[in-house]
Design a protein around this ligand. Structure first.
Ligand code: NAX
Length: 335
C-alpha cells in the first residue's frame, strides 16, 4: 500500500462536507488503494460539531482512513497537505451587497492562501467550492505565490453535471452516456452551459447531441435557464443549498484532476485564464479541459455562434467586475 496523503477539507462542519468527507474517506476521489489522513478545518464555534463529524468518520470504519485531525487553525490544517477542498466561505446574507460578501471572503481566502503558501506541499491541488468560487480561488492563489497558479481551481463541475443530467433526461439516455458538455465563465447565474459540442455514444456510434435534440427553443429557453438557476431552485425547494450533488461534483472534479480524463473527453473547471477564446486574463474562468499527469490543458478550437459569444462575453464581464472589486478591497486594506 502507498504512503498516506494528507487532504484538507474546510467548512468541514457544514452540509457539503458531511457528504464529501464520506466520499473521500471511502476512496471515491484518490482511489481505493490510497490511504488518507484527513484534516478538517472550521471556525472555533463549530468545534463541537466537528468533533461529532470526527466521531462519525471513525464509526464509519473506513479502511483507507489512517487519521483525522480537527482544527480551527489554518496553519495546522494545511500542513503538508497534497489536496485541498476549500468548501467553507462566508454565505451571502439577505440584503448583503456583493462588495460586502467579497470583503468577508477576501479575508478568509487571504488567510488560507498564506497558510497554503507556508505549510502545504508545493504541488498541492486546490479546489475552491465556497462562493464566489472563481474569485475566492483567485485571491487564494494571489496569497500563495510559491505555488503555481495552475494549482488553484474553482468548481463548475456541478454545473456540468446538472447540464449532463438535463440532456440525458431529454434524450432518454443514461447520464454517463452524455459527454463533452462545456461550461464557460463564472460559477453564477451568468455561467454559460454549452451543449454545442456535446456527444452521446449510442450503439457504439458517436452522435451530436444538438443533432438529436433538433430543438433550439428548448436549448435556449428551457435547458439554459434551468441549469443557470438550478442552485436557486434547490434552495427554494429545500430551504438549503445543494449539498449532496455539490459534494459529488467536488469529488468528480478532484478525481479527474488526480487521475486524468479519458481520450476524446473533456471536463470543466475554473482555472487561471490565459485569454483562450478571448476570455479576460487574470481571472479564474471555467473552460473545458483535458487532464494528463495531473496537469490540465484548455481544449482549443471550439467555435461559438453569435448566441454563444454573447453569453461568453456576459460571464466574462461579470468575472472582471468581481475581480476588480476584490482587488480594490485588498488595496483599501493594504493602504
Ligand atoms: P454550510 O453553511 O453548511 O457550511 C459552511 C461551513 O463553512 C460552516 O461550517 C462554517 O462554519 C464554515 N466556515 C465559514 N468560514 C470558515 C473559515 N474561515 N474557515 C473554515 N470554515 C469556515 O455551507 P455548505 O452548504 O456546505 O456550502 C459551502 C459553500 O459552498 C458555500 O459558500 C456555498 O455557496 C458553496 N457552494 C458552491 C457550489 C459550487 O458549485 N461551486 C455549489 C454548492 C454551494 O452552493
Amino acid at each position: 500500500m502507498a504512503e498516506p496523503i494528507k487532504v484538507v477539507v474546510t467548512g468541514a462542519a457544514g452540509q457539503i462536507a458531511y457528504s464529501l468527507l464520506f466520499m473521500i474517506g471511502k476512496g471515491d476521489v484518490f482511489g481505493t488503494d490510497q490511504p488518507l489522513i484527513l484534516h478538517l478545518l472550521d471556525i472555533p464555534p463549530m468545534m463541537g460539531v466537528l468533533e461529532a463529524v470526527h466521531m462519525e468518520l471513525r464509526d464509519s470504519a473506513l479502511p483507507l482512513l489512517r487519521d483525522v485531525i480537527i482544527t480551527a487553525d489554518p496553519n495546522v490544517a494545511f500542513k503538508d497537505v497534497s489536496a485541498a477542498f476549500l468548501v467553507g466561505a462566508m454565505p451571502r446574507k439577505q440584503g448583503m451587497e456583493r462588495k460586502d460578501l467579497l470583503r468577508s471572503n477576501v479575508s478568509i481566502f487571504k488567510t488560507q492562501g498564506q497558510a497554503i503558501d507556508q505549510y502545504a506541499k508545493k504541488d498541492i491541488k486546490v479546489l475552491v467550492v465556497g462562493n464566489p468560487a472563481n474569485t475566492n480561488a483567485l485571491i487564494c492563489a494571489k496569497y500563495a505565490p510559491s505555488i503555481p497558479k495552475e494549482n488553484f481551481t474553482a468548481m463548475t463541475r456541478l454545473d456540468q453535471n446538472r447540464a449532463q443530467a438535463q440532456v440525458a433526461a431529454k434524450l432518454g439516455v443514461a447520464v454517463n452516456e452524455v459527454y463533452n458538455v462545456a461550461v464557460w465563465g463564472n460559477h453564477s447565474s451568468t455561467q454559460y452551459p454549452d451543449i454545442s459540442f456535446a456527444k452521446i455514444k449510442q450503439d457504439g456510434e458517436e452522435k451530436d447531441v444538438l443533432g438529436l435534440i433538433q430543438d433550439d427553443e428548448w436549448v435556449r429557453k428551457e435547458f439554459l435557464p434551468t441549469v443557470q438557476n438550478r442552485g436557486a431552485a434547490i434552495i427554494a425547494a429545500r430551504k438549503l443549498s445543494s449539498a449532496m450533488s455539490a459534494a459529488k461534483a467536488a469529488a468528480d472534479h478532484m478525481k479527474d484532476w488526480w487521475s486524468g480524463t479519458p481520450e476524446g473527453k473533456f471536463v470543466n473547471m475554473g482555472v487561471i485564464s490565459d485569454g483562450s477564446y478571448g476570455a479576460p486574463n487574470n481571472v479564474i474562468f471555467s473552460f473545458p479541459l483535458t487532464i494528463k499527469d495531473k496537469k490540465w490543458s484548455i481544449v482549443q478550437g471550439l467555435v461559438f455562434d453569435a448566441f454563444g459569444k454573447d453569453k461568453f462575453d456576459l460571464t466574462s464581464k461579470e468575472l472582471v467586475e468581481e475581480r476588480d472589486e476584490a482587488m480594490s478591497i485588498i488595496e483599501d486594506a493594504d493602504a
